[in-house]
Design a protein. Sequence first.
Length: 568
Amino acid sequence: RSAPSEQWREYRGAPTGTDLECEGWRQEAALRLLNNNLDPEVAENPEELVVYGGTGRAARSWDAYDAILEQLRDLADDETLLVQSGKPVGRFETHERAPRVLIANSNLVGKWDNWRHFHELEAEGKIMYGQMTAGSWAYIGTQGIIQGTFETLAELARQQFDGDLAGRVVVTGGLGGMGGAQPLAVTMNRGVCIAAEVDEDRIDRRIETGYCEEKTDDVEEALDRAREAVRAAEPYSVGVHVNAADLLEELLERDFVPDVVTDQTSAHDVLEGYYPSGYTVEAADRLREEDPDTYRNESLDTMERHVDAILELQKRGAVAFEYGNNIRGQVAEHRNHEAAFDFPGFVPAYIRPQFCRGKGPFRWLALSGDPEDIYRTDEAVLKLFPEKDHLRRWIELAQEQVQFQGLPSRVCWLGYNTEGEGTEGLTERARFALRINELVADGEIAAPIVVTRDHLDAGSVASPYRETEDMKDGTDAVADWPILNALLNCAAGADIVSVHDGGGVGIGNAIHANNHVVLDGSDLAAKKARAVFTTDPGTGVIRHADAGYEEAITEARESGVEIPMDER
Ligand code: NAD
């Protein structure tokens, strides 16, 4: 890969303020979001164009990055730019309400849809791994996943404990872009977190940004501090500089059974995501270059031990769940390990009931770069939904404890739900977006706000090892749904729409889509927001109703979602 682009060095993050480089705010938003994804404060390895999640990239090469910026700068209000695996490949006249940018990343035809073929094409510069929000320019750093992690653990605590994690120990691995949210999400739920991480720089980064409290090389020391915190019922987090598989085996030897065990190492990618035991990071990186087959083998050996240790801890009483990195699938597929799926994934265990209601993590960024704009949106969301105590608790905790990275932004979970007085039949997400658009129009917010979301959402993913694991009607692998979701987002007028393969769980294991809407205060933005934030969560409701989930059928009836052939 060539040296980083001069332009990127000059930007070092998204441009801010109200002066435009592009012809309109929608193109400008795309330019700022791409640069925000590659802000050194936001991305894990921006010099390699890597944003997060193993090798999830924002552009295919530095030349492609330069070319995308050049296209965006003079893209007209009635044109659409096409980006194929991180490279701009076409530009057409469309119309004003159409998306300005359409993105497809990492997609392969079924029979060839695997890492081996992907890596061959990648080595020839013909494809790029877009992860989820890396290649769709919607990543906002660890602050993006923190609420999802917080919500998942809060739901776990409601189901398994007394509503929070006070006095409970959560053991996990991986302190990367997403996994780095775990210690803070545990302490926000009042628990104690011990997280294994092989790369000391990653632990330091989480400590510097307030996501983790302390670090150590010594497992015994970590356990002592954790026990102390449990005795005092104080929240506490520690990053342990050790391989996650080794940590879990040491816990078993010492007969230390945590309350919860999970993992967010990048196990979805055997070669470029997961580190084998017995190597320093540098030695493993050398082995990967020199002998990728041996690396793959060693990596799978460690993963197998890792899964066995999770299963043994589960047997001894820990609550175990997979945190969306496909570690079970890797071991089941490559080592014929039938028991690997004996612990559940986090979606069926904790998230699906929310998906049935069209609820999912949705996020917004202030293009001004001014944190005050986000604080105004915080006020607006709390005023719109005064009955949501949990939302209030989240916004207050986020204001206190979550540092902004790159463009100031916020995440929260809102859904469909058009019921109640004064909603005028609008969904929660649409009501929020329309209110923000008004604040921009009135000049109370300095510059447009972009609303976007993770690909992990109610109606936008087919991922049998994660979001659609164990669907009631067996349709885990049906990818028509995310494709319909992306097409509908275009029809409804989203400003950027993307479809990717392989996010979270690796190539061949998932198809998913996302959207962006730029709220610039105009009537056009209001029309788009009303349509997109109805249809997008609406696909979550219909997808789950179609699969036979009662909550989704109820939501459809209560909120008036039209489902042809609904005979129930
Ligand atoms: P990342 O690549 O930025 O970080 C992974 C971290 O794991 C790195 O710091 C690496 O050093 C560490 N690591 C790798 N192997 C290890 C081992 N054996 N022991 C200890 N540390 C090890 O990735 P990320 O963005 O943090 O994502 C992590 C995983 O979670 C990915 O598989 C991703 O697809 C998945 N993910 C889950 C969700 C979710 O909602 N649950 C969301 C996004 C991503």
